[in-house]
Design a protein around this ligand. Sequence first.
Ligand SMILES: Nc1nc2c(c(=O)[nH]1)N[C@H]1C(S)=C(S)[C@@H](COP(=O)(O)OP(=O)(O)OC[C@H]3O[C@@H](n4cnc5c(=O)[nH]c(N)nc54)[C@H](O)[C@@H]3O)O[C@H]1N2
Ligand SMILES: Nc1nc2c(c(=O)[nH]1)N[C@H]1C(S)=C(S)[C@@H](COP(=O)(O)OP(=O)(O)OC[C@H]3O[C@@H](n4cnc5c(=O)[nH]c(N)nc54)[C@H](O)[C@@H]3O)O[C@H]1N2
Ligand code: SF4
Ligand SMILES: [Mo]
Length: 737
Amino acid sequence: MATLPVQADAIIQRYGPHLNYAPKEGFYGREEPDKSVKTHCCFCGMQCGIKLLVKDNKVVGFDPWMEFPFNEGRLCPKGVQRYLQNNHPDRLLSPLKRVAGQGFEPVGWEEAMDTTIAAIRRIQQTYGKDAFSILSGVSLTNEKSYLVGKLARVAFQTKNLDYNGRLCMVSAGAGNKKAFGLDRASNTYADLKHAEVIIIAGANVSETFPTLTHWVWQARDNGAKLIIIDPRVTPIARTADLHLDVRPGTDSALYGAMLNYLVQQDLLDHDFIDNYTMGFADTIAAVKDYSLEWAAGVTGISIEKIRQAAELWGRAKTSFLLHARGIEHHTKGVDNVLGCINLVLATGRIGKPYCGYGTITGQGNGQGGREHGHKCDQLPGNRDITNPEHRQYIANVWGIEESALPGKGYTAYALIEAIHRGEVKGLLSICFNPLVSLPNNQFVREALEKLEFYVAIDFFLNETARHADIVLAGSLQEEEEGTVTTAEGRVTRIRQAVTPPGEARADTEILLEIARRLGAGDKFNFQSSEEIFNELRVASKGGTADYYGITYEKIEKQMGVFWPCPSLDHPGTPRLWEDRKFSTPDGKAHFNPVTYKPPSEVTDAEYPVVLTTGRVVSQYLSGTQTRRIGKLVDQFPEPLLEIHPEMAARYGITQRQLVRVSTRRGAAEFHANIVETIRKDTVFIPYHWPGKKSANQLTIGTLDPVSKIPEFKVCACQLTPLQEEESGAGNPAYASE
Ligand SMILES: Nc1nc2c(c(=O)[nH]1)N[C@H]1C(S)=C(S)[C@@H](COP(=O)(O)OP(=O)(O)OC[C@H]3O[C@@H](n4cnc5c(=O)[nH]c(N)nc54)[C@H](O)[C@@H]3O)O[C@H]1N2
Ligand SMILES: Nc1nc2c(c(=O)[nH]1)N[C@H]1C(S)=C(S)[C@@H](COP(=O)(O)OP(=O)(O)OC[C@H]3O[C@@H](n4cnc5c(=O)[nH]c(N)nc54)[C@H](O)[C@@H]3O)O[C@H]1N2
Ligand code: SF4
Ligand SMILES: [Mo]
């Protein structure tokens, strides 16, 4: 980046988005950009359309893309700053090698690749193929996700591949598959507009999916009733008709009692239940004793509010139920999801206009990335790696023997445990920062130190990559062509705006080079992202996530195509199951019995406070991208401990006082943010920071038995107010920071 006059720096801080880049004067010139590229924001699952402005092969600003149908030009605080990472001074410009005791030094690609390939070979020859593992992420496009899956199975021939969606959408995915046989939101968000009742459970949409609120407001303008289920009065809850302040970890009791109420009041769609579903009798039997009184006791929500919610839901003609990580990040995450789905099915409001259900996918390609073979148990098209027919189909597409296709590997956290035990010795990570994002990160750190070889592919040196032996300088989203699939199930085009700077390389190029050097070049003979996509189309054909009929051209023409799209003449499927044929083997939607079970760690005399974790509007995930963007940092420079005034008074905690939060895993210190918008028994910490400020020093590594998602949303803690001079009792591992 050019050195800027001080004044220009200030101007950029203020007006950045509207300025162009001029090589001599810095950014404040008003010159025309060389080009404007229609693409999408690199952050959350909304995948808002944006036009990136390019000057001299650098992204220097943006314009709204008004015509893109989902966000119609709207962007959130992260979206308007996203372009600033392109020229960031921390950008990795060449591969790095870790030199014992001295940190990293830049090396050439030959050396970096030679070292990497030699280590992979040595580890696999010594300990077996599965001893080398891959962790990946779904900020990657569909093409890269597909490529990583194929790389693991065909070039590495390891079963041990998993991805960061394991921390994100797997509870919803498992629930959706059980109930519907297919894992996608049922309708586009345009259907929110005329829904009479909207339930948003465990999703802080104004901060985490800000552009989605536009559709919710339109529904409100049309008279919709809005019900928010969250232990905190989130910004959207402040304008809701009903806010159910659920105690973390108890959602399934609420949904069970609501279902029982619907049965008792006969607020059911009998025709739908009788003709298009399975499992109703067992499901209602499981909740027959769940009275409103009982649920109020478990959840901490008043009886009256639960009754009102059930009445509103039960009597509506149209509705939409959305949820996100607040109900999914639990050891009962799948149960919570099924509890929500049971409410949708009981009222038959699915597969119809303005009647929708869906999880709101988190990362940019949270939807597409979970469909095409990124998961330890999955093959492209959302196929099952343990199903012989699915295996044979993919083996044919890839031109290998079915027997050469590895089986099911470890899920992300279990993989870290396997590394910790010494069973897995090597790791390649791309687009994942597990040291910050996995629970109980002291354990993760120990595991990383046990690896015999670790190679990371990223454009910034994230905290996990600091433990790598080799770091390969990869590419930003805007540096390659590709596709992503939005939270609505809309496959859209990512356009290349610039080429990677310095010696950095496109992720795809790096992955293909690794495949070639491992001797699998003939199976990875791709000349472009479009060629990879075309193979993905064939690999997904006939699977539940069928992309066969989607082409780059069609996406362009239709401004996105909704999967499933099984043939070239098919327009795509914005609304699922309108024919009442669900995607399960028997064609029915399935109710699933859910009984309430408490979280894995409940409060007691020693750890009396409920701790929950999540997000703030200006920071993104492990923060490697957003903690580097000045304005976003200004908005939230450090994580604060949200605490109710009554609890604060009980502990003698004053506003912004330092508080030590301790759990059975570790301790960390945060300044208090005393707010009335949180339950009196619960504290909240955002998790976007590393080291001493990492919330994941405290969280618990217990997993949902089905989805294997960690219980980020609830554990037990104790609070100790501190004076600033008493600081320093954080995790000893970070003492040097
Ligand atoms: N600004 C910003 N936006 C993001 C992201 C980001 O990092 N920053 N990340 C993206 C990604 S990957 C994801 S997954 C999404 C996540 O989006 P969200 O799920 O909306 O975000 P979270 O803050 O993790 O959790 C949502 C809410 O769950 C509530 N909650 C906690 N425990 C419970 C519980 O037991 N029950 C219920 N009902 N609610 C509970 C919290 O109070 C919180 O308000 O956001 C995406 N968008
Ligand atoms: N306590 C607590 N922990 C949580 C959560 C919580 O609510 N509470 N939420 C969980 C959730 S929902 C999620 S999704 C995870 C996310 O956790 P992570 O996936 O670990 O977080 P990211 O910040 O996305 O890390 C991704 C890395 O990928 C890099 N990257 C981004 N795009 C690209 C690309 O195109 N190419 C390459 N090569 N690299 C790229 C970024 O620079 C970054 O270093 O965190 C989880 N952890
Ligand atoms: S809502 Fe999500 S996709 Fe849209 S601008 Fe914000 S971070 Fe980007
Ligand atoms: Mo996520």
